[in-house]
Design a protein around this ligand. Structure first.
Ligand code: NAD
Length: 494
């Protein structure tokens, strides 16, 4: 039985790793202080994991695979995953609170979004794995071929800070559904909800060592050690594009299986014939939800010239209604950025915008005067930005929205496609042909027509160009976490 306190009580303690079903002290003595970014408040010391800790986790994972977990059937695993989902929902408030404190995001968003979706990840992959069948085929000479799906073995999951539990569970659920043992390395800025999951896995009856969680840093630390460990056969990574490059280099000598969900520079395109009220409300949400720290954020608004003045006016009204505040206050719609360092990075982009001739900051562009404490930044809207500008080409990953104006669909398309990224865009128009043609020409892994962030877990999720390699979601995730084996048996013709 999982006590409600056990989840929350993790807060003030020193956080080691979760290995072999136990919270354990790290091998080394080094720790860092985890900060609640909205309050500049320490949330406890966290272990700086090393290659030695990764080795202990690998040993625990090997033992788990050699034990009963290695012989589970899909329906047995589905049962455990469903229990994990139930427990997460039972402890939804505690998890949402941890996430809000650790990341600075509004509690309400964590409760309605992150934690609910995390639980659903387990439910969804439990159902999907329980209903899978292996294809079989008889060739002309009577040979019976069956393609089996087997676990890879030990897989490494490396996740970012912007949707900490949601993205960790998005990988954990399919990896476990396929019968693997995993080592998760959560982002160093947001270690808490992943850590609390250890209790949930134990309470759900997952055998020790099936999930191991190593805290610490990436380059030169636990993340890199995980990527380089020869017994870790696949890496599923979500994070920055440049980190993806480093992981690919480190994994290359061992030819590891890799899945990369990387950076984005999403666009919202509004044609003159769109439902402007709906389009502008969605564009504001797409730019500023989670403080603009979403890979799928619509951080570029691209609007047809004839409606640009009206769209900008409506947009500014929507932005001014955003309520910056304490993440735990239910009225708050925009919390703190994830850290002061990250806020400094966003502030530098705003300063750069101010230095560019012709660029106009329509609102925001600074730290809110009431919030000197914490890592807050005002929602910012910028116009007059050239397509080649760093503000368009680089991922700011904060509450900064650029507005560009177009005269033709071709021009809008060139703007949308004219960055190194290819993750997502939204298009608003009442003309279905225009919408479909636009979608087909977009070099984006996800295109939303008259909506944003519509995420059905059955569908392929991932980016083109520098936004990723491979796809996650539904069968795509299960395939990534599987080894396929074809067994062919000679049969006497009947
Ligand atoms: P990051 O790349 O800095 O870190 C992500 C994780 O990688 C962390 O756990 C970190 O410790 C680890 N890491 C860093 N260097 C490593 C290395 N050399 N070897 C192994 N592990 C290493 O990213 P972040 O700042 O935490 O997250 C923000 C980024 O994530 C943005 O670029 C955003 O677009 C991207 N993101 C993408 C998606 C998507 O689905 N495409 C979703 C969310 C976030």
């Amino acid at each position: 039985m999982l006590s409600k306190h056990r989840v929350v009580d993790l807060l003030p303690t020193k956080h080691g790793h979760f290995i072999g079903g136990m919270y354990v002290d790290p091998r080394g003595a080094e720790v860092y202080t985890n900060i609640a970014p909205a309050y500049d408040m320490p949330l406890g010391d966290v272990a700086v994991g090393t290659a030695d800790d990764v080795q202990v986790a690998v040993d625990a994972a090997k033992a788990a695979l050699a034990g009963p977990w290695g012989r589970t059937t899909p329906s047995e695993r589905a049962k455990v995953l469903r229990r994990v989902a139930e427990l997460l929902l039972e402890h939804r408030q505690a998890f949402a609170r941890l996430e809000a404190l650790d990341s600075g995001k509004p509690y309400s968003e964590a409760y309605e979004g992150d934690i609910a979706r995390s639980a659903y990840n387990f439910q969804f992959f439990a159902d999907l794995t329980a209903h899978q069948v292996s294809p079989s085929y008889t060739s002309d000479d009577g040979t019976l071929h069956t393609t089996l799906r087997e676990p890879i073995g030990i897989v490494g999951l490396i996740t970012p800070w912007n949707l900490p539990l949601y993205l960790a569970t998005w990988k954990l659920a399919p990896a476990l559904a396929q019968g693997n043992a995993v080592i998760l390395k959560p982002a160093e800025l947001t270690p808490l909800t992943a850590m609390a999951m250890g209790n949930v896995f134990n309470a759900a009856g997952l055998p020790p060592g099936v999930v191991n969680i190593i805290q610490g840093f990436g380059a030169g630390g636990a993340g890199e050690a995980l990527v380089k460990h020869p017994d870790v056969k696949a890496i599923s990574f979500t994070g920055e594009t440049t980190t993806g490059e480093a992981i690919m280099r480190a994994a290359a000598p061992q030819l590891k299986k890799l899945s990369f969900e990387l950076g984005g520079k999403g666009a919202t395109v509004i044609f003159a014939d769109a439902d402007l009220d709906q389009a502008v409300a969605t564009a504001a949400r797409a730019a500023f939800r989670n403080q603009g720290q979403i890979c799928l954020a619509g951080s570029r608004l691209i609007v047809e010239r004839s409606v640009a003045p009206q769209v900008i006016d409506q947009l500014l009204v929507a932005v001014r209604s955003i309520k910056i505040g304490d993440p735990l206050d239910p009225m708050t719609t925009m919390g703190s950025l994830v850290s002061r360092d990250h806020r400094d990075k966003v502030e530098k982009y705003a300063a750069y915008a101010k230095s560019c001739p012709g660029v106009e900051i329509l609102c925001g562009g600074k730290i809110p005067s009431d919030y000197r404490q914490g890592a807050y930044f005002e929602p910012t809207v910028v116009t007059g930005v050239a397509q080649e500008s760093r503000l368009i080409q680089e991922e700011v990953f904060g509450p900064v929205l650029t507005v560009q104006v177009f005269d033709s669909a071709d021009e809008a398309q060139n703007m949308v496609n004219g960055t190194p990224y290819g993750l997502s865009c939204s298009v608003f128009t009442r003309d279905i042909n225009k919408a479909q043609n636009f979608a087909r020409s977009a070099r984006m892994g996800l295109v939303w027509l008259n909506t944003w962030f519509s995420r059905d877990l059955h569908t392929a999720f991932g980016g083109m160009k520098r936004s990723g390699i491979g796809r996650e979601g539904g069968q795509y995730s299960l395939d990534f976490f599987s080894e396929f084996k074809t067994i062919s048996m000679a049969m006497r013709p009947y």
